[in-house]
Write a protein that binds this ligand. Structure first.
Ligand code: SF4
Length: 398
């Protein structure tokens, strides 16, 4: 049985992916898609392999091992995975090397742009027909990519479009990193309004619960932050890993020695309310989640982001703001930054965005209590901006 702290959904006697650590023994289990267990594994990619596995794969196709580094350099330093176009690579080996190291893992289905071309949301099809999304956003001084780590999400939050898709499967490290490589290339080549730029930030806030796919996510984080030819060279300080509050995952991440930012999707200041909004709260309650988040701050010295989707009449009243401030101040000053986010509602849902005056009141109360808080802008409101919305719509119409 998967233990609470192994962080690996594939270990022990529970072979299927997608059982959140602790889920098999706790009160909450991932909500799995009907065809969840039938999913195969994606093709293995260079970034899925250990150094030894890369050498073995090279040997298997008769490729000298020094060429592995050459391939990795093309991939991480130049964002290229089309071996045939590599002028320094023997053409007689290119087809086999392509298949062995750079199989196509994600294929663009469609994309939408918004905010005058500074936001691009892409829907990708994976090898088994599953679909995921990523969003590239350009801001003054930085360009951020929001990526998915699971197909759907098993956390079942009733207000969330991705939650409605339930969990199909975990993504491989290769599938996660391909989103980053292609976005880095798009940014470099001027594919986003404002001219060529460097992808500077990566946030794991797309589809899925990153802690539910810990091993692939942490391998991706290491390869995003390592310098070429081991990684893309994006500072770990500019990577954000979000979680709905999977406490063993937070504790494990704190021990990785990586200064990544942790974002906790709290959405409610009390267990009573959070049990309803975030079913995972019945497994790890607000005290356990905030304790772990504060310990993360102590271990990494990185301020923790508290994400809070403001829902009209549900969690956006003065009493909620006051309780949230009290609970955060309980741990001391300046360790958390609250990001209230106006909810991007799903069509036909009873959960809807707060009134602007309630948003302002919520922020004012936090500020007066000494909590730093910024209303997060909702990029791409007009393009099914919340994670899972584009994918949900596509499934309906496809
Ligand atoms: S809010 Fe986050 S954790 Fe909850 S269902 Fe949506 S993607 Fe999953």
């Amino acid at each position: 049985m998967a233990t609470h702290d192994d962080g690996d959904v594939n270990s022990g006697q529970t072979p299927e992916t997608g059982i959140t650590p602790g889920g098999t023994t706790g009160a909450f289990r991932d909500v799995l898609a009907k065809d969840h267990a039938r999913r195969g594994k994606p093709p293995v990619h260079l970034v899925d392999m250990s150094p030894e596995e890369r050498v073995a794969a090279a040997k298997a196709i008769g490729m000298p091992k020094f060429r592995v580094k050459q391939l990795a350099n093309h991939y991480f330093a130049h964002f290229d995975a089309d071996v045939e176009s590599f002028t320094d690579f023997p053409s007689k080996l290119s087809a086999t090397a392509q298949e062995a190291f750079f199989p196509e893992l994600i294929h663009e289905v469609t994309h939408q742009s918004a905010d005058e071309g500074t936001t691009i949301k892409t829907l990708w099809r994976l090898f088994d027909g599953a679909m995921i999304e990523s969003v590239l956003m350009r801001y003054p001084g930085r360009t951020t990519l929001c990526i998915s780590s699971q197909v759907g999400c098993g956390m079942g939050c009733p207000f969330c479009a991705t939650g409605q898709l339930v969990l199909t499967r975990n993504m491989s490290t290769g599938e996660i990193l391909e989103q980053v490589r292609i976005a880095a290339k798009t940014a470099r080549d001027g594919g986003i309004t404002g001219g060529p730029c460097r992808l500077s930030n990566v946030v794991f806030m797309g589809m899925g619960e990153p802690m539910g796919n810990y091993r692939s996510v942490i391998s991706a984080v290491r390869q995003i932050s390592a310098m070429p030819p081991e990684g893309f060279g994006i500072s770990a300080r500019n990577i954000t890993v979000s979680t709905v509050g999977v406490v063993p995952g937070i504790r494990k991440l704190a021990q990785e020695g990586l200064p990544v930012r942790l974002a906790v999707s709290l959405h409610a200041p009390s267990d009573e309310l959070r049990d309803e909004l975030v079913p995972m709260n019945r497994r790890f309650n607000t005290t356990q989640v905030l304790d772990a988040a504060h310990d993360y701050y102590l271990a990494t010295k990185r301020r923790v982001s508290i994400e809070y989707a403001l829902m009209r009449g549900i969690n956006d009243q003065a009493e909620h703001a006051r309780l949230l401030a009290k609970r955060l101040n309980h741990y001391g000053d300046d360790w958390a930054h609250v990001n209230p986010i106006p909810l991007n509602p799903i069509e036909g849902s009873k959960w809807t965005a707060s009134k602007p005056e309630d948003e302002r009141q919520f922020l004012d109360i936090l500020h007066h209590a000494g909590i730093t808080a910024t209303l997060r802008d909702t990029r791409g409101q007009d393009i099914d901006g919340a994670c899972g919305q584009l994918s949900a719509k596509y499934r309906k119409t496809a």
